[in-house]
Design a protein. Sequence first.
Length: 507
Amino acid sequence: MTSTLRPADATEAVKRPGRWLALSVLVLAVLLVAVDATVLGLATPYISEDLRPSGTQLLWIGDVYSFVIAGLLVSMGSLGDRVGRKRILLCGATAFGALSVLNAYARTPELMILARALLGVAGATLMPATLALIRNLFHDPRERSLAVGVWGATASAGTAVGPITGGFLLEHFWWGSVFLINLPVMAVLVLVGIRTLPESRDPRPGPWDASSVLLSLVGMIALVYAVKEAATHGLTPTTLAAGLLGAAALYGFVHRQLTMPMPLLDMRLFRRRGFSGAVLADLLTVLGMSGLVFFLSQYLQLVQGRRPLEAGLAELPAAVGAVTAGLVAGRAARRLTVRTVVSGGLAAVGIALAALTMLGRSTGYPVLGAALLVVGVGAGFSFTVTADVILSSVPRDRAGAASAVSETAYELGAALGIALLGSIVTGVYRGFEGPAGTPAEAHESLGAATQAAAHMAPHQAEALLDAARTSFVHGLHLASAAGAAVLLAASAVSWFLLRHQELETGG
C-alpha cells in the first residue's frame, strides 16, 4: 500500500511526546460508548418492568440510539475534520454525560426513546474523532496498529466493564444508575483531554454542506426504519414509503458528493477494494452478532434465572477474547495476511454462533462461555485489522470522514441486526400459547411475561413462564442460526475483497 505520509512527517510523529498519554484519553471515550451500549441490555428487564413498554417500544429503546448515530456519523466525522477533532470530541463527551442523566431519569417509554435518540446525537461525535486523532497521533504504521489494537481492546473491555458494573448497580440501586456511571468517565476525559490532546483538522476543508447532512440523516434513518418495520409487521404502505424515501435520500447524498468540489464524504474511497471490503466486513459482522447480543442478557436473567451481576460476569469471556486478539491482530496480519486474519476471525464467530443454536433453558455455562470466548477472539482479530486498513487508506486530513464510514457500518449493522434478528426472536416469542387467563401484554416481551406471572396463581404462573421461556429460546435459536449464516457469508466476502491487501510496515 502506498503511504500517504512524507518521511519527515513520520519521523516527527514517532518522536511526538505524550502520544500514548493522549491515547489513554481517547480510549476513555471509547469506554464511555461501549459501557453505555452494554448496560442497556442488562437493564432491559428492569426497564420493561418499570416503564412497561410494548414489544415494539422495547425494540425502539434498544435500537434508536444506533439509528440516530448511524445517520449522523459521517456528518459529525466530516464536521470534526473542519472545526477540529479535539473540539468536537470534548463537546460531544460533555453532551453525552449530560444526556446520560436524562436517560437515567426517564419515566415513560416515549421519554426513554427520546433520551436514547439524543444520546445518539452526542455519541456520533465521539467514535470518528477518536480514530481520526489516532491517525494523526501515530504515523508510524506499526505504532498505529498497536494504538488501534489498544483502542479496539478498550471497546471490548467496555463490554465487560459495563455488564459487571451494571450488574452490581442493578443489585443495589434502581436501573437508572447504570447510565450515571458515564459521568465520572466523561469528567476525566474532558479534564485530561483539554491538556493532552492535540488539535487537528483538515487545512482545506471546504464548507460543511447542510443539504448533505440532511440527506444523510433522512436516508439512513428512513431506510433502517423501513427494514425494522418490514421485519416486524411485513411490507405495509408506510414501510414501503419510508424505504423509498430513504433510498431516494441516500441516492441524492451520493450524487451530491460526486458533483461537489469539496464533498462531505469522498465517495472515491469506495473504489479501493480494501477500504470497501473492510467496511462491508464490519457491517455484516455486527449485523450477525448484535441481535443475539441484545437478547443474551435476557436469556441469562429471565430464562436461566441468574442475578444481574452474575449475568454480567457470564459475558466476560467475549471481552477477554476480544482484548487479547485485538492487541496482537496487527502483528498477526503482517505475519500472515490481512484476509487470512479477517476472514478466519469471521468464520470462527460464525461457527460459535451456530453452536449457540444448541442452547437450552438449562444448558451448562461451559458451553456458553466457550462459544462467547470464540466470538470475542474472532471479532477482536477482525475489527482491529479492518480499522487499521480503513485508517491507512486515507490521508490524515480526511481521517475523520473515513473513520465515520467505518463507525457508520458498525452502527448500521447494529441497528439492522437488532431490527432483523431481534424481530425474529420477538416474532417467534409472541406465538407461544399460555394458560387460560394469560394477559395480552405477556406476549409483548419475556420481561412482561415474568411480571404478569407474579400476579397469577402458582400453577398458572409456572405454566406461563414455561411456555414463554421455551418460545423465547426457540426464537434465540433461529436468530443464532441467521447470525451464523451472515458471519460465514461475511468471511467469504472478506476473503475475496481483501485479496492482496497488506498493512503498512513502516521504517
